[in-house]
Design a binder for this molecule. Sequence first.
Ligand code: SF4
Ligand code: SF4
Length: 473
Amino acid sequence: MSKQPSPSHLAALDDLLEEAEQWHVNAGDEIIHAKRMGGKWRTIKWLSGSIWLLLFFGPYLRWNDRQAILWDIPNRQFHLFNITILPQDLWMLALLLLFLAIMLFAITAFSGRVWCGFLCFQTVWTDIYTWIEEKCEGTPQQRRKLDQAPMDLNKFGKKLGKHTLWMLIAIWTGISFVAWFTDVYLLWGDLFRLQLSSTAWITILLFTVCTYLLAAFMREQLCMWVCPYARIQGAMVDVTTIVPAYDFHRGEPRSRMKKGDADEHAGDCVDCNQCVAVCPTGVDIRRGQQEGCIMCALCIDACDLVMDKIGRPRGLIRYESLNGLEGKACLPVYKQPRIVITSLIMLAALLGIFYGLSSIDAIDLKVLHARQPLYVLQSDGSIQNKYTLKILNKLADDVTVKITATGPAGLKITSRQLLAVQHGTVTPTSVFVRVPRKELTVESQPIIFHIETVDSDKPFSSHRESVFIGPKR
Ligand code: SF4
Ligand code: SF4
């Protein structure tokens, strides 16, 4: 392909270079005012951030007259839409944590710091804060000028507007965090009446202050200097990891071409600094992989836009492995041992979680057969067994359940069959079952206990098998 640029391309390049004069590389010692540009990765960043925002503000959703997401600590229950998870089911949480930890490892091994660039709460909140900053104070150049200008009414008004919006978001974040643990409408009511508990006040205050400081002032510097994940990622990535990378073979030597000045030997990088201008951590990706790069891929968007403007193919900065940049063949993903092993662990954890969720019943039944004595011979000639039934009610309300049983012919329950069961608790009850002796052909026969709600809008039921024991034959 010819490297001879057209006049319109050169004009676009002149504009870019003029703007580039105003940029310099940040070494982490100042607030970075990164330029915002549209593009595929910017859109993906917004979408992935929105998922977290939806999750974080999930407690505002209602589901069947109840908060959709609620950690009900006093009652030791976790509600997730229709599902109620009690301490007995917490093994699923352990599996979920295992799944997330392994997933983080696998994604990092495969594609670098995807978490940092697209999903981390710090990244998402900082993105919102810098978006507000741009709306209040203008482009990065205007913001830098404003920072250096002496305080006057105009500057004061803009700064006040920005910090007010930032603080409101921080307060909303603090309140919404507490809403994960209590009914959100009651929380807001108590807040306006100033009747919140001291724990709630302190948590809101802590979250508000942290959100404000971290998203407004620390920003991506937190990723660079504080977050330990940046330090340990070196152990997770290697030359096969696909990361945003600058194709130095194609880009070098750089050349700031002017009109009528076409260099046949120059690379495709026109040294416009747009990739640095958009970088939230001020990294120049052309210097290779650096600790400060959170792999948000925004420099890919910026460079693609430049390539479009000067009529050269996209992808000078692109997702690529170091091996790929050197033209070396990479093993397909399914042949890379660490990806295969981590995928298998994730699959096992996921299957366990699905099994757990699918087997969670709204009411659960456990049956214990009394051992002392195993059976009692009654005066009417029948054999009686005693059982302890433990009924767990995971519903939001108290219910009454009916206890029935099926098993040997002539089986009869002689204890009470209707039982009130409190929500969120295990209610034990003793059940006596009699069977005529002539019906017991073997020493031990299966018996199945059933429970069914009788006063709930939607009937729930559960059953559990046990044994009915008689004299030796
Ligand atoms: S890599 Fe792309 S965006 Fe960065 S300076 Fe070179 S041409 Fe400009
Ligand atoms: S170098 Fe590129 S991928 Fe890395 S943080 Fe900066 S903009 Fe994001």
